[in-house]
Design a protein around this ligand. Structure first.
Ligand SMILES: [Cu+2]
Length: 381
Protein backbone atom coordinates (compact mmCIF):
# COMPACT_ATOMS: atom_id res chain seq x y z
CA UNK A 1 0.00 0.00 0.00
CA UNK A 2 1.36 3.39 -0.96
CA UNK A 3 -1.03 5.34 1.20
CA UNK A 4 0.19 5.30 4.76
CA UNK A 5 0.99 7.62 7.57
CA UNK A 6 4.74 8.14 7.62
CA UNK A 7 7.06 8.64 10.52
CA UNK A 8 7.14 12.23 11.66
CA UNK A 9 9.47 13.84 14.12
CA UNK A 10 7.89 16.61 16.16
CA UNK A 11 10.31 19.35 17.19
CA UNK A 12 8.55 21.99 19.22
CA UNK A 13 5.64 23.14 17.03
CA UNK A 14 7.43 22.14 13.82
CA UNK A 15 6.55 18.86 12.19
CA UNK A 16 9.31 17.44 10.02
CA UNK A 17 8.46 14.82 7.47
CA UNK A 18 11.15 12.73 5.85
CA UNK A 19 11.20 11.71 2.22
CA UNK A 20 7.73 12.67 1.08
CA UNK A 21 5.27 15.50 0.85
CA UNK A 22 3.49 16.78 3.94
CA UNK A 23 -0.27 17.29 3.86
CA UNK A 24 -1.60 17.87 7.32
CA UNK A 25 -0.74 14.71 9.23
CA UNK A 26 -1.22 12.41 6.25
CA UNK A 27 1.58 11.34 3.92
CA UNK A 28 1.30 10.34 0.29
CA UNK A 29 4.36 8.76 -1.24
CA UNK A 30 2.89 7.75 -4.59
CA UNK A 31 3.22 9.42 -7.94
CA UNK A 32 2.52 13.11 -8.39
CA UNK A 33 0.42 13.79 -11.49
CA UNK A 34 0.89 17.35 -12.69
CA UNK A 35 -1.63 18.90 -15.07
CA UNK A 36 -1.52 22.30 -16.76
CA UNK A 37 -5.12 23.39 -17.23
CA UNK A 38 -6.41 26.77 -18.39
CA UNK A 39 -9.87 28.25 -18.54
CA UNK A 40 -10.14 29.43 -22.15
CA UNK A 41 -12.81 31.22 -24.16
CA UNK A 42 -14.03 28.92 -26.92
CA UNK A 43 -16.88 29.14 -29.42
CA UNK A 44 -18.83 25.92 -28.92
CA UNK A 45 -21.47 24.34 -31.16
CA UNK A 46 -24.05 22.02 -29.57
CA UNK A 47 -25.12 20.57 -32.93
CA UNK A 48 -22.70 21.57 -35.70
CA UNK A 49 -24.62 19.91 -38.57
CA UNK A 50 -27.97 21.30 -37.37
CA UNK A 51 -29.44 17.90 -38.13
CA UNK A 52 -30.90 15.23 -35.88
CA UNK A 53 -28.20 12.57 -36.19
CA UNK A 54 -29.96 10.16 -33.83
CA UNK A 55 -33.11 9.82 -35.90
CA UNK A 56 -31.99 10.98 -39.36
CA UNK A 57 -35.40 12.69 -39.58
CA UNK A 58 -36.31 16.34 -40.05
CA UNK A 59 -36.67 18.30 -36.85
CA UNK A 60 -40.13 18.99 -35.53
CA UNK A 61 -40.79 22.71 -36.29
CA UNK A 62 -40.99 23.57 -32.58
CA UNK A 63 -37.62 21.93 -31.91
CA UNK A 64 -36.00 23.56 -34.94
CA UNK A 65 -37.26 26.99 -33.96
CA UNK A 66 -36.38 26.60 -30.28
CA UNK A 67 -32.98 24.88 -30.21
CA UNK A 68 -31.53 24.67 -33.70
CA UNK A 69 -32.00 27.61 -36.04
CA UNK A 70 -30.73 31.14 -35.33
CA UNK A 71 -33.41 33.80 -35.69
CA UNK A 72 -34.19 37.41 -34.82
CA UNK A 73 -34.32 36.42 -31.14
CA UNK A 74 -32.73 32.98 -31.30
CA UNK A 75 -29.04 32.28 -30.76
CA UNK A 76 -28.98 28.93 -32.60
CA UNK A 77 -26.49 26.20 -31.69
CA UNK A 78 -23.28 28.26 -31.28
CA UNK A 79 -22.32 29.91 -27.99
CA UNK A 80 -19.18 31.46 -26.60
CA UNK A 81 -18.14 29.44 -23.56
CA UNK A 82 -15.37 29.10 -20.99
CA UNK A 83 -13.83 25.61 -21.12
CA UNK A 84 -11.03 23.91 -19.22
CA UNK A 85 -8.29 22.89 -21.64
CA UNK A 86 -5.04 21.04 -21.04
CA UNK A 87 -1.63 22.46 -22.05
CA UNK A 88 1.74 20.75 -22.34
CA UNK A 89 3.64 22.87 -19.78
CA UNK A 90 3.68 25.96 -17.57
CA UNK A 91 4.08 28.33 -20.52
CA UNK A 92 0.48 27.56 -21.54
CA UNK A 93 1.39 28.04 -25.21
CA UNK A 94 0.72 24.56 -26.62
CA UNK A 95 -2.57 22.74 -26.18
CA UNK A 96 -2.18 19.07 -25.29
CA UNK A 97 -3.96 17.02 -27.92
CA UNK A 98 -6.79 14.89 -26.62
CA UNK A 99 -6.26 11.15 -27.21
CA UNK A 100 -8.76 9.72 -29.73
CA UNK A 101 -10.39 7.59 -27.02
CA UNK A 102 -11.27 10.79 -25.13
CA UNK A 103 -12.52 12.95 -27.99
CA UNK A 104 -16.03 12.07 -26.85
CA UNK A 105 -15.50 14.28 -23.77
CA UNK A 106 -16.81 17.14 -25.88
CA UNK A 107 -16.85 20.36 -23.90
CA UNK A 108 -15.79 18.74 -20.62
CA UNK A 109 -12.34 19.57 -19.27
CA UNK A 110 -9.43 17.15 -19.53
CA UNK A 111 -9.62 13.81 -17.72
CA UNK A 112 -7.60 13.87 -14.48
CA UNK A 113 -6.46 10.43 -13.32
CA UNK A 114 -4.77 9.16 -10.18
CA UNK A 115 -4.43 6.08 -8.00
CA UNK A 116 -5.07 5.95 -4.29
CA UNK A 117 -1.81 7.11 -2.67
CA UNK A 118 -0.93 9.53 -5.48
CA UNK A 119 -1.09 13.31 -5.50
CA UNK A 120 -2.70 15.49 -8.16
CA UNK A 121 -1.22 18.92 -8.84
CA UNK A 122 -3.04 21.26 -11.19
CA UNK A 123 -1.38 24.44 -12.38
CA UNK A 124 -4.43 26.49 -13.30
CA UNK A 125 -4.28 29.57 -15.50
CA UNK A 126 -7.29 31.80 -15.89
CA UNK A 127 -7.48 33.04 -19.48
CA UNK A 128 -11.12 34.16 -19.26
CA UNK A 129 -12.59 37.52 -18.38
CA UNK A 130 -14.08 36.60 -14.99
CA UNK A 131 -12.54 35.19 -11.77
CA UNK A 132 -12.59 31.38 -11.76
CA UNK A 133 -11.29 28.38 -9.82
CA UNK A 134 -10.97 24.59 -9.76
CA UNK A 135 -12.92 22.84 -7.03
CA UNK A 136 -12.54 19.03 -6.90
CA UNK A 137 -14.89 16.39 -5.54
CA UNK A 138 -13.72 13.40 -3.51
CA UNK A 139 -10.00 14.02 -3.24
CA UNK A 140 -8.28 15.67 -0.27
CA UNK A 141 -7.70 19.41 -0.20
CA UNK A 142 -6.50 21.96 2.28
CA UNK A 143 -8.04 25.40 2.33
CA UNK A 144 -5.53 26.67 -0.25
CA UNK A 145 -6.76 24.11 -2.78
CA UNK A 146 -10.55 24.04 -2.25
CA UNK A 147 -11.34 26.50 -5.02
CA UNK A 148 -14.40 28.02 -3.33
CA UNK A 149 -14.78 31.32 -1.48
CA UNK A 150 -16.34 30.84 1.93
CA UNK A 151 -16.28 32.68 5.23
CA UNK A 152 -14.01 30.11 6.87
CA UNK A 153 -11.70 32.37 8.91
CA UNK A 154 -8.64 31.24 7.03
CA UNK A 155 -5.78 33.71 6.33
CA UNK A 156 -5.16 35.40 3.02
CA UNK A 157 -2.63 32.79 1.92
CA UNK A 158 -5.44 30.25 1.92
CA UNK A 159 -7.68 32.48 -0.20
CA UNK A 160 -5.68 32.64 -3.45
CA UNK A 161 -7.42 29.51 -4.75
CA UNK A 162 -10.94 30.91 -4.22
CA UNK A 163 -11.08 33.23 -7.21
CA UNK A 164 -8.12 33.26 -9.58
CA UNK A 165 -8.34 36.62 -11.35
CA UNK A 166 -8.25 36.99 -15.15
CA UNK A 167 -4.65 36.41 -16.21
CA UNK A 168 -3.78 34.81 -12.85
CA UNK A 169 -2.36 31.38 -12.00
CA UNK A 170 -2.78 29.10 -8.99
CA UNK A 171 -1.47 25.60 -8.23
CA UNK A 172 -4.00 23.28 -6.61
CA UNK A 173 -2.66 20.27 -4.68
CA UNK A 174 -5.04 17.35 -4.20
CA UNK A 175 -3.74 14.24 -2.46
CA UNK A 176 -5.70 11.04 -3.11
CA UNK A 177 -6.26 9.15 0.15
CA UNK A 178 -8.07 5.86 0.61
CA UNK A 179 -11.39 7.68 1.08
CA UNK A 180 -11.14 9.06 -2.48
CA UNK A 181 -10.80 5.54 -3.87
CA UNK A 182 -13.06 2.50 -4.15
CA UNK A 183 -15.08 1.45 -1.10
CA UNK A 184 -16.26 -2.06 -0.37
CA UNK A 185 -19.01 -2.17 -2.99
CA UNK A 186 -17.28 -0.11 -5.69
CA UNK A 187 -15.60 -1.36 -8.79
CA UNK A 188 -11.81 -0.78 -8.88
CA UNK A 189 -12.28 2.84 -10.02
CA UNK A 190 -14.30 5.75 -8.67
CA UNK A 191 -15.63 8.71 -10.59
CA UNK A 192 -15.29 12.31 -9.41
CA UNK A 193 -15.54 15.72 -11.03
CA UNK A 194 -14.04 19.18 -10.77
CA UNK A 195 -15.57 22.54 -11.59
CA UNK A 196 -15.20 26.24 -10.98
CA UNK A 197 -16.79 27.34 -7.71
CA UNK A 198 -16.07 31.06 -7.58
CA UNK A 199 -19.55 31.91 -8.84
CA UNK A 200 -20.69 28.30 -9.05
CA UNK A 201 -23.91 28.89 -10.99
CA UNK A 202 -22.51 31.19 -13.65
CA UNK A 203 -19.11 29.47 -13.91
CA UNK A 204 -20.47 25.97 -14.46
CA UNK A 205 -23.18 27.08 -16.87
CA UNK A 206 -20.49 28.97 -18.76
CA UNK A 207 -18.73 25.61 -19.21
CA UNK A 208 -16.12 25.10 -16.46
CA UNK A 209 -16.49 21.44 -15.51
CA UNK A 210 -14.40 18.29 -15.95
CA UNK A 211 -14.02 14.60 -15.00
CA UNK A 212 -11.67 12.75 -12.66
CA UNK A 213 -11.12 8.98 -12.21
CA UNK A 214 -9.39 7.43 -9.20
CA UNK A 215 -8.34 3.78 -9.38
CA UNK A 216 -7.53 1.54 -6.44
CA UNK A 217 -3.91 1.38 -5.34
CA UNK A 218 -1.99 -0.84 -7.75
CA UNK A 219 -5.05 -1.43 -10.00
CA UNK A 220 -4.06 0.66 -13.02
CA UNK A 221 -2.95 -0.70 -16.38
CA UNK A 222 -0.02 0.97 -18.21
CA UNK A 223 -2.56 2.65 -20.53
CA UNK A 224 -4.20 4.33 -17.51
CA UNK A 225 -7.35 2.20 -17.45
CA UNK A 226 -8.35 0.24 -14.36
CA UNK A 227 -7.36 -3.43 -14.38
CA UNK A 228 -9.79 -5.66 -16.24
CA UNK A 229 -11.38 -2.78 -18.18
CA UNK A 230 -11.14 -2.70 -21.99
CA UNK A 231 -12.81 0.68 -22.57
CA UNK A 232 -14.04 3.65 -20.60
CA UNK A 233 -16.61 6.26 -21.53
CA UNK A 234 -17.50 9.42 -19.65
CA UNK A 235 -20.85 11.03 -20.35
CA UNK A 236 -22.23 14.09 -18.64
CA UNK A 237 -26.00 14.41 -18.93
CA UNK A 238 -25.69 18.10 -19.09
CA UNK A 239 -28.50 20.61 -19.09
CA UNK A 240 -26.77 23.93 -19.63
CA UNK A 241 -28.61 27.09 -18.66
CA UNK A 242 -27.00 29.52 -21.09
CA UNK A 243 -29.29 32.23 -19.70
CA UNK A 244 -26.97 32.57 -16.69
CA UNK A 245 -23.68 32.21 -18.60
CA UNK A 246 -21.17 35.02 -18.18
CA UNK A 247 -21.35 35.32 -21.98
CA UNK A 248 -25.10 35.42 -22.53
CA UNK A 249 -25.18 39.07 -23.59
CA UNK A 250 -22.15 38.48 -25.85
CA UNK A 251 -23.99 35.54 -27.38
CA UNK A 252 -27.14 37.58 -27.94
CA UNK A 253 -25.12 40.29 -29.66
CA UNK A 254 -23.05 37.86 -31.75
CA UNK A 255 -25.57 35.24 -32.83
CA UNK A 256 -29.13 36.58 -32.82
CA UNK A 257 -30.23 38.43 -35.93
CA UNK A 258 -31.98 41.22 -34.02
CA UNK A 259 -30.53 41.58 -30.48
CA UNK A 260 -32.94 44.42 -29.65
CA UNK A 261 -35.89 42.07 -30.06
CA UNK A 262 -34.67 39.61 -27.41
CA UNK A 263 -36.90 39.21 -24.36
CA UNK A 264 -34.44 39.28 -21.45
CA UNK A 265 -36.89 38.47 -18.67
CA UNK A 266 -35.64 37.54 -15.26
CA UNK A 267 -37.40 34.17 -15.02
CA UNK A 268 -36.11 33.13 -18.37
CA UNK A 269 -37.25 29.53 -18.35
CA UNK A 270 -40.81 30.74 -18.88
CA UNK A 271 -40.08 32.71 -22.00
CA UNK A 272 -39.54 31.16 -25.43
CA UNK A 273 -36.12 32.81 -25.58
CA UNK A 274 -35.24 31.49 -22.11
CA UNK A 275 -36.30 27.96 -23.06
CA UNK A 276 -34.15 28.12 -26.19
CA UNK A 277 -31.10 28.64 -23.97
CA UNK A 278 -31.67 25.52 -21.89
CA UNK A 279 -29.35 23.27 -23.86
CA UNK A 280 -30.07 19.57 -23.38
CA UNK A 281 -26.76 17.91 -24.14
CA UNK A 282 -24.47 14.98 -23.53
CA UNK A 283 -20.95 16.36 -22.98
CA UNK A 284 -22.16 19.56 -24.64
CA UNK A 285 -23.43 17.81 -27.76
CA UNK A 286 -27.08 17.41 -28.70
CA UNK A 287 -29.16 15.46 -31.22
CA UNK A 288 -26.61 12.68 -31.81
CA UNK A 289 -23.51 14.86 -32.19
CA UNK A 290 -21.69 13.01 -29.39
CA UNK A 291 -19.39 10.66 -31.33
CA UNK A 292 -16.90 7.98 -30.37
CA UNK A 293 -19.01 5.71 -28.16
CA UNK A 294 -17.73 2.61 -29.94
CA UNK A 295 -16.88 -0.75 -28.42
CA UNK A 296 -16.69 -4.41 -29.30
CA UNK A 297 -18.98 -7.24 -28.33
CA UNK A 298 -17.71 -9.04 -25.22
CA UNK A 299 -15.45 -6.23 -24.04
CA UNK A 300 -15.61 -5.07 -20.46
CA UNK A 301 -16.77 -1.46 -20.73
CA UNK A 302 -16.90 1.00 -17.86
CA UNK A 303 -19.29 3.90 -18.14
CA UNK A 304 -18.89 6.95 -15.93
CA UNK A 305 -21.98 9.17 -15.78
CA UNK A 306 -22.38 12.62 -14.32
CA UNK A 307 -24.82 15.52 -14.26
CA UNK A 308 -24.47 19.27 -13.97
CA UNK A 309 -25.45 22.00 -11.56
CA UNK A 310 -29.02 22.95 -12.40
CA UNK A 311 -32.30 21.55 -11.11
CA UNK A 312 -31.69 18.35 -12.98
CA UNK A 313 -32.96 14.80 -12.95
CA UNK A 314 -31.86 12.52 -15.75
CA UNK A 315 -32.73 8.99 -16.74
CA UNK A 316 -29.88 7.63 -18.91
CA UNK A 317 -31.13 4.71 -20.99
CA UNK A 318 -29.01 2.32 -23.03
CA UNK A 319 -30.91 0.53 -25.77
CA UNK A 320 -29.76 -2.93 -26.83
CA UNK A 321 -27.57 -3.89 -23.86
CA UNK A 322 -27.64 -3.86 -20.10
CA UNK A 323 -25.29 -2.63 -17.38
CA UNK A 324 -24.52 -3.53 -13.80
CA UNK A 325 -24.62 -0.67 -11.30
CA UNK A 326 -24.29 -1.01 -7.55
CA UNK A 327 -24.46 -4.79 -7.93
CA UNK A 328 -27.78 -4.64 -9.79
CA UNK A 329 -28.63 -5.01 -13.46
CA UNK A 330 -30.52 -2.35 -15.38
CA UNK A 331 -30.70 -0.45 -18.64
CA UNK A 332 -32.01 2.82 -17.17
CA UNK A 333 -30.49 4.65 -14.26
CA UNK A 334 -31.10 7.98 -12.60
CA UNK A 335 -28.83 10.97 -12.16
CA UNK A 336 -29.61 13.93 -9.97
CA UNK A 337 -27.81 17.25 -9.82
CA UNK A 338 -24.02 16.79 -9.75
CA UNK A 339 -24.41 13.00 -9.47
CA UNK A 340 -21.46 10.73 -10.30
CA UNK A 341 -22.10 7.07 -11.14
CA UNK A 342 -20.20 4.08 -12.48
CA UNK A 343 -21.70 1.28 -14.60
CA UNK A 344 -20.19 -1.80 -16.18
CA UNK A 345 -21.38 -3.18 -19.51
CA UNK A 346 -20.30 -6.34 -21.29
CA UNK A 347 -22.18 -5.81 -24.57
CA UNK A 348 -23.56 -8.96 -26.18
CA UNK A 349 -25.68 -7.28 -28.83
CA UNK A 350 -23.83 -5.76 -31.82
CA UNK A 351 -25.35 -2.80 -33.60
CA UNK A 352 -25.87 0.93 -33.34
CA UNK A 353 -28.10 1.79 -30.42
CA UNK A 354 -29.71 4.77 -28.80
CA UNK A 355 -28.24 6.13 -25.56
CA UNK A 356 -30.37 8.97 -24.29
CA UNK A 357 -32.09 10.69 -21.39
CA UNK A 358 -35.62 9.50 -20.80
CA UNK A 359 -36.85 12.73 -19.19
CA UNK A 360 -39.34 13.99 -21.73
CA UNK A 361 -38.18 17.60 -22.01
CA UNK A 362 -34.55 16.53 -22.24
CA UNK A 363 -35.29 13.93 -24.89
CA UNK A 364 -37.16 16.48 -27.01
CA UNK A 365 -34.43 19.08 -26.50
CA UNK A 366 -31.68 16.82 -27.82
CA UNK A 367 -30.20 14.85 -24.93
CA UNK A 368 -29.74 11.91 -27.29
CA UNK A 369 -26.83 10.00 -28.81
CA UNK A 370 -25.89 6.71 -30.43
CA UNK A 371 -23.40 4.08 -29.34
CA UNK A 372 -22.04 1.25 -31.45
CA UNK A 373 -21.15 -2.31 -30.56
CA UNK A 374 -18.97 -3.96 -33.21
CA UNK A 375 -19.33 -7.73 -33.61
CA UNK A 376 -16.69 -9.90 -32.03
CA UNK A 377 -13.73 -10.40 -34.34
CA UNK A 378 -13.66 -13.83 -35.98
CA UNK A 379 -10.15 -14.97 -36.82
CA UNK A 380 -9.75 -16.32 -40.37
CA UNK A 381 -7.67 -19.42 -41.04
CU1 LIG B 1 -32.11 14.38 -18.64
Amino acid sequence: MKNRIQLAAVVGSVVIFVGCQAVGAIQFDGTTHRYYIAADEVVWDYAPTRQDLTTGEEFDPFVAETWVNPGPDRIGTKYKKALYREYTDETFTTLKLRAPEWEHLGFLGPLIRAEVGDTIEVVFKNNVSFPASMHPHGVFYNKDSEGAPTKDDTPGSDKADDAVPPGGTHTYVWPVPERAGPAENDQNSVFWMYHSHTNEDKDVNSGLMGPMIVTADGATQPNGRPDGVDREFIVSFHEVDENVSWYQEDNIQAYTMDPASVDREEIQFFTPFGLSNFRQSMNGLSFGHLKGLEMRQGERVRWYLMASTNFEVHAPHWHGNTVVMNGMRTDVTDLQTMAMQVATMVPDNPGTWLFHCHVRDHLIGGMTSLYTVLPVEVSSR
